[in-house]
Design a protein around this ligand. Sequence first.
Ligand code: HEC
Length: 102
Amino acid sequence: MKRAVLVLALFAVVILITVAAQAESKGEQIFKQKCAMCHVVRGQGGSIGPELTRIASRLKDRDLKEKLDNPKKTNPNSLMPSFKTLPKAEMDALLGYLKTLK
Ligand code: HEC
């Protein structure tokens, strides 16, 4: 009986870990909706823009934010749209996700 309880408990832990590992952060969801069609991260995404898998090792937080607000500032011919109108909560979540790409 004790053993059965233990097995069940272990089973529950494994399920919880699996669910947690699959849950995407809000920032990652926004990235997939708004950015992934043009940018590759870890092998997935479109190739219109440069790969962003390690973008946080190249751009500082401030530069990332500026790129999203005004892509043409660093590149007048940029094809990237501005995300200045993104609600602050979404922008913060997105920047939080981008910071993890090192
Ligand atoms: C329509 C395609 C398109 C979309 C959508 C897009 N981008 Fe871009 N992005 C580009 C292109 C093209 C460049 C390269 C030219 C430039 O620097 O502006 C770029 C450049 C960048 C850079 C600078 C990369 C570097 O190496 O300096 C960052 C950071 C970036 N994008 C982030 C994002 C994020 C985050 C999103 C989603 C909110 C996004 N982009 C959406 C096309 C896109």
